[in-house]
Design a protein around this ligand. Structure first.
Ligand SMILES: *Cc1c(COP(=O)(O)O)cnc(C)c1O
Length: 370
């Protein structure tokens, strides 16, 4: 691995997950081959976008799909599409939204660091309180002719006090307002996408560069044909708000290849392999006097995806943040998550061969007294 070393950087062992800041995910050889081939010829980008959308929709068993430069770009594109649906001639005006429906409703507990993507399109987030049993009533009160869409965070679906997606979608649909789900990193399971569409989501936005293992700067909008068509009319290579969110031909072709692999991957076998790695992490660390370790499945939003178990390690002589820092600057360098006073070891991007290496690195990092 010399490209990073040539730049004076060390490759990381990734026990953190499909986190953008450490590279998202790794590409399968088939995906790289497709990208290399795509780089060898010119092609009509509009036609490539359209065909890629068809192939992705077929692979994932959804009505329609649109390729974007990541899930965050997908949120911007979906917002712009929701704002200008019946006024295609107004797309070029965005992000100046005067005269257009410019409000994106979000349940308060669903607010997150990615929802800035909505503002990029020219909309603003209007919070709906969801802490009471009257939340659907609150939602009805928040609706107006300025409402363009509601953005729903897939990872917040189990939040106490959050009404079910189906109930929220039903209220919105009485008024013809689309529900857009941010599910960027919330697969596996793959079936979640279909499930949320069946429950009433109009669009589901997914990262290409996380669990799907496509190019890191890719994403997709999946869902209802008419809305996806509006998204495609906003998305690259069109001029307008999404013009800066470029998806090159290699990325588009690579994403199609990755999605087609993703649709066929054996999720049960992958989950079993991840369980085995967590068991080995827990067993390898269990005897260490400098830490406590346990298997943990996430119960609250904030770290995704919730479906993958982790090994949680509580260092006894230093803060979790200090141990994570040591691991990151160690040799080998290991990236881990921090959740409160524990470090979270996620098997999602680990290989079985890396597990003993991570165990030894964690033991060393925890043995140092701060
Ligand atoms: C990662 C993530 C995004 C952004 O996805 P990109 O594909 O990196 O643009 C948006 N929302 C959530 C919840 C995410 O985890």
């Amino acid at each position: 691995m010399s490209v990073y070393r040539d730049l004076g950087l060390r490759p990381l062992i990734n026990a953190w997950g499909t986190v953008t800041a450490v590279g998202g995910s790794l590409l399968a050889p088939e995906v790289l081959d497709a990208m290399r081939e795509a780089a060898g010829a010119f092609v009509d980008l509009h036609a490539l976008q359209a065909r890629a959308g068809e192939r992705i929709a077929a692979a994932l068993d959804v009505e329609a799909a649109c390729v974007t430069a990541g899930a965050a770009a997908g949120l911007t594109v979906a917002t712009a599409a929701a704002m200008t649906r019946d006024h295609p001639e107004l797309r070029a005006r965005l992000p100046r939204a005067s005269g257009l429906p410019d409000e994106c409703l979000m349940l308060r507990g669903h607010r997150n660091r990615y929802d800035t993507a909505v503002a990029v399109a020219g909309a603003r987030v209007v919070e709906v309180e969801d802490a009471t049993g009257a939340s659907v009533e609150e939602l009805r009160r928040a609706l107006s002719d300025r409402t363009a869409l509601l953005l729903w965070m897939a990872e917040a679906r189990s939040l106490p006090g959050s009404p079910p997606l189906a109930e929220v979608a039903a209220v919105l649909h009485e008024h013809g307002i689309p529900l857009v789900v941010d599910a960027a990193a919330e697969v596996p399971p793959r079936a979640l996408v279909r499930q949320m569409l069946d429950e009433g989501a109009d669009l589901v936005v997914l990262s290409g560069g996380k669990e799907v293992r496509g190019p890191q700067s890719s994403g997709m909008i999946l869902g209802r044909r008419e809305l996806v068509a509006a998204c495609a009319a906003v998305a690259y290579p069109h001029h307008g708000v999404a013009r800066g969110m470029k998806t090159d031909k290699e990325t588009i072709v690579g994403l199609v290849a990755a999605v087609e692999l993703f649709a066929r991957r054996d999720e049960a076998a992958e989950q079993a392999a991840r369980e085995r790695m967590v068991s080995k992490l827990v067993a390898g660390l269990a005897g260490c006097a400098d830490l406590r370790v346990r298997r943990h499945v996430l119960e609250r939003p904030g770290i995704q995806p919730a479906s993958i178990p982790r090994a949680y390690v509580r260092p006894l002589h230093a803060t979790a943040a200090a141990v994570a820092e040591r691991l990151r600057s160690g040799d080998p360098a290991v990236a881990v998550g921090v959740d409160g006073d524990e470090i979270a070891l996620n098997p999602q991007c680990l290989t079985p061969e890396q597990v003993p290496v991570v165990v030894q690195a964690v033991i060393r990092a925890c043995a140092l007294v701060s």
